[in-house]
Design a protein around this ligand. Structure first.
Ligand SMILES: *Cc1c(COP(=O)(O)O)cnc(C)c1O
Length: 375
């Protein structure tokens, strides 16, 4: 069994992918070819925002967004310690200081109530992550941003396609940043990402920064980087975007099915319990794309071992909170985030992709149920 089965998806779209790739090989505009603009327009429509800027990765999307906001040395950015390294690495790479607010133990996303006490005159932005496919509590975060005049950047690398109060992830704040890394909900066949905004000026700035700060050929009013989305990746993503709504539905159905079966084996929801096996809690008003289907248990290693014996792969997202990472310890603002530290020791994720079969889900849940009863 695969943790994420990309081959099953390729089988569904093989001929269209091949013909789109052939088409790029024929026209030869590998950098900023017509597929990039076509994809940007489709993505902006899908999300429901004015501007989409295709970029080279989710990491670069974060860097470009923060550069466009003028974030640099001496600035502080408030974010979550419970995420992939890129979230805080990019803040530090720009010379700014990551400031970590702990998470809500039910959703694993930044706890809005813990943000305001961390705001100082140096704070320049709030950077929540919509982890595992579920949006952070963006209205509450935007309210704090509004009160202090701070832009809010959603790290939506794991939540593309998710909804929050009827609106789509990436359309919920000043800038939304996503990733098209192959394993993400909308993944390409290589690296890619996008920035979304309704702000015309920010959009123009991000577009220039993604292309060496150039406003016309060989004229560079600002510093930028080589942060463009490849034409080939755009061509591939155009095909994948067509089947994406169906995949989002499949992800929700599979996530719900896991939860239902695991609850029948005695699992609890993470908003009610700290004990036993905890299934994901999806907050009211949210729909998740289940980038990961993540459980919590005191016996994580034992359960993972039983699953591995049965050829069922699992993974831990993430074993070390960002403020405990050696690379960030020296540059982040010191602070205590006990919930992230606790949860990092307990979480593990099951195989999750839109082509997971009912028989596979049942088998995984049966094996987990039996293992639970015996430990
Ligand atoms: C994957 C990921 C990123 C980085 O995206 P890349 O395309 O791999 O650079 C950033 N933030 C989060 C939360 C991610 O999961």
């Amino acid at each position: 069994m695969e943790f994420i089965d990309l081959k099953a998806q390729y089988k569904e779209i093989e001929s269209e992918i091949n013909s789109r790739i052939q088409n790029v090989l024929q026209h030869g505009r590998f950098i900023m070819g017509p597929e990039v603009a076509e994809l940007e327009e489709r993505l902006a429509d899908f999300v429901g925002v004015k501007h989409c800027i295709g970029v080279s990765s989710g990491t670069d999307a974060l860097i470009i967004a923060m550069m466009a906001l003028g974030i640099g040395p001496g600035d502080e950015v408030i974010t979550t310690p419970f995420s992939f390294i890129a979230t805080a690495e990019t803040i530090a790479l720009l010379g700014a200081t990551p400031v970590f607010a702990d998470i809500d133990p039910a959703t694993y996303n930044i706890d809005p109530a813990l943000i305001e006490p961390l705001i100082t005159p140096k704070t320049r932005a709030i950077l929540p992550v919509s982890l595992y496919g579920q949006c952070a509590d963006m209205d509450a975060i935007n309210k704090i941003g509004g009160k202090y005049g701070l832009p809010v950047i959603e790290d939506a690398a794991q939540s593309f396609g998710a909804t929050y109060q009827g609106r789509k992830s990436c359309a919920l704040s000043t800038i939304g940043c996503t990733s098209f890394f192959p394993a993400k909900p909308l993944g390409g066949y290589g690296d890619g990402g996008a920035c979304f905004t309704n702000d015309d000026e920010l959009a123009q700035r991000m577009r220039e920064i993604a292309n060496h700060g150039q406003d016309r050929r060989y004229h560079h009013p600002r510093l930028g980087l080589n942060g463009r989305l490849d034409t080939l990746q755009a061509a591939i993503l155009l095909v994948k975007l067509k089947i994406f709504p169906r995949e989002v539905e499949a992800r929700a159905r599979i996530g719900d099915r896991y939860t239902q079966l695991l609850q029948s084996h005695g699992a609890q929801s993470s908003d009610r319990s700290r004990q036993g096996l905890l299934v994901p809690f999806i907050a009211p008003g949210n729909s998740s794309v289940f980038a990961q289907y993540t459980l919590q248990s005191d016996n994580r290693e034992a359960l993972q071992a039983v699953l591995a014996e049965n050829d069922i792969p699992t993974a831990v997202h993430y074993p070390v909170p960002l403020n405990a990472q050696p690379a960030l310890k020296a540059v982040a603002k010191p602070g205590s985030t006990p919930i992230s530290a606790q949860i990092a020791k307990r979480v593990f994720s099951l195989p999750m992709h839109p082509y997971l079969q009912e028989s596979e889900i049942e088998r995984i849940c049966d094996i987990l149920g039996t293992a639970l009863a015996s430990i």
